[in-house]
Design a protein around this ligand. Structure first.
Ligand code: SOE
Length: 415
């Protein structure tokens, strides 16, 4: 009879996760935490200790569905739990600062959904607290998950290797269409007091982070236009905060942008263009980024996320051209733990990689990326976009941010 094997997984130190919020992002993060230790050989064992939401029945149902051991209805109680080492914030932006500050003060690590906060001031307070906490060994990271796709991580590695040479153009669009219908209700995402901004903070934050990550520099300045195409919308069935004064005749005011279009300049000289909208009819979750450098170009399309298009500009023109790299080889970022070549990944895997990378950083005590300082820098870009748009697209420098000076590294490729 064979001897019973020691269970290596259960011997690992536990990292208890407590998550606040259980809607779309809560479900995505739950998958990430559940799957990361089953796919990657991690030095710590993340456990789904407790989930929190205000509605007791709904949060219990979410706990059961997503595999959380306990449910809480008060986020302060979740933070105080002894079995929670890391607080994962998946709530609307208006509660990010309060929760993150309380969690850091309670000695917990923090993962916070993007955008980091609703204002630069909140993001500054969160970053100061995170820097202080890091000196005590607690780490804080922002959930810009699109950095963690194999193709975008490979693109970053190729830029770092110098394959594109000096960058000239960065072209990014993030297009959705769920607001095209004027009868779509006035949810929390359409109110400034809950969401901070509209397409700008929701989609623009992603593409600003991704562009800065790929280029390896923070934007120096922007020139922007924003628009709110539909200004009144039907009230939703459920409660919507801050609406009592504004609401009339069953409709309420949209107080955020529907679309933001802006150009930007990187310190090294590359020019960038950005478009974020919820009104691109027919476009569901279409994030596209292209980089053009003096030696070559790269293009990525989220709707074909296992692929990266690469043009090597040093090849003879006779047979040069964009070629498709299928980013599913074991040597590609994150792929050594997944399927054989050609068996692609999906949207949800970015959250698995996010969980993996944060667990590795915590185990090593190394600064995770994107740090809160990097989240603050994105927030400063969003603020500059709003300021520029208010002044009718005046070129607006992004406020200098010594706190964002940390370099943006390429993804770590193996455990
Ligand atoms: C909604 O626009 C949304 O879910 C964003 O909030 C996410 O960050 C993005 O990944 C997909 O679209």
């Amino acid at each position: 009879m064979s001897q019973p094997q020691a269970d290596a997984e259960s011997d690992k130190p536990v990292l208890g996760v407590g998550m606040i919020g259980y809607a779309f992002m809560g479900a995505a993060h739950s998958q990430g935490w559940r799957t990361a230790p089953r796919v990657f050989d991690l030095p710590l064992r993340p456990t789904l200790a407790a989930i929190c939401g205000r509605n007791p029945r709904a949060v219990q149902a979410a706990a059961t569905k997503h595999g959380w051991a306990a449910a809480e209805t008060d986020w302060r109680a979740l933070i105080e739990r002894d079995d929670v080492d890391l607080v994962d914030i998946c709530t609307p932006g208006d509660s990010h600062a309060d929760i993150a500050l309380a969690a850091l003060a309670a000695g917990k690590h923090v993962l916070c959904e993007k955008p980091l906060a609703n204002t630069v001031e909140e993001a500054m307070a969160m970053t100061a607290a995170a820097e202080e906490a890091q000196r005590r060994g607690q780490l804080a990271m922002v959930g810009f998950n699109y950095r963690r796709l194999p193709a975008t991580a490979l693109a970053r590695a190729m830029v770092t290797e110098g394959r594109l040479g000096t960058l000239r153009h960065v072209r990014v669009t993030y297009l959705q269409d769920w607001l095209v219908d004027p009868e779509f209700p006035l949810t929390w995402r359409l109110r400034k007091e809950t969401a901070g901004s509209g397409a700008l903070g929701d989609l623009g934050a992603h593409i600003v982070d991704l562009a800065q990550y790929l280029v390896g520099e923070p934007l120096a300045g922007v020139s922007a236009l924003t628009e709110t195409f539909v200004r009144q919308r039907p009230l939703p069935d459920g409660p919507t905060s801050g609406l009592s004064a504004a609401a009339s005749h069953g409709t309420g005011q949209v107080t955020v942008d529907d679309a933001a279009v802006f150009t930007g300049r990187f310190p090294s000289g590359a020019l960038a263009s950005f478009e974020a909208t919820r009104y691109a009819t027919g476009r569901k979750n279409a994030l596209h980024i292209e980089l053009n450098g003096e030696r070559g170009s790269l293009a990525f399309d989220l709707e074909r996320l296992n692929e990266l298009a690469y043009h090597d500009g040093t090849e003879p023109g006779t047979h040069a051209g964009f070629r498709r790299i299928l980013v599913t080889e074991p040597d590609h970022p994150y792929m050594d733990a997944w399927w054989p070549p050609g068996h692609g990944l999906g949207y949800e895997h970015s959250f698995v990689h996010q969980a993996r990378d944060l667990v590795l950083a915590i185990a090593e005590g190394s600064r995770p990326h994107p740090s809160f300082a990097e989240g603050l820098q994105v927030q400063r870009v969003l603020a500059a976009v709003e300021e520029s748009a208010e002044k009718n697209s005046l070129y607006t420098p992004v406020a200098a941010s010594s706190d964002a000076a940390s370099p943006v590294p390429a993804a770590r490729l193996s455990v």
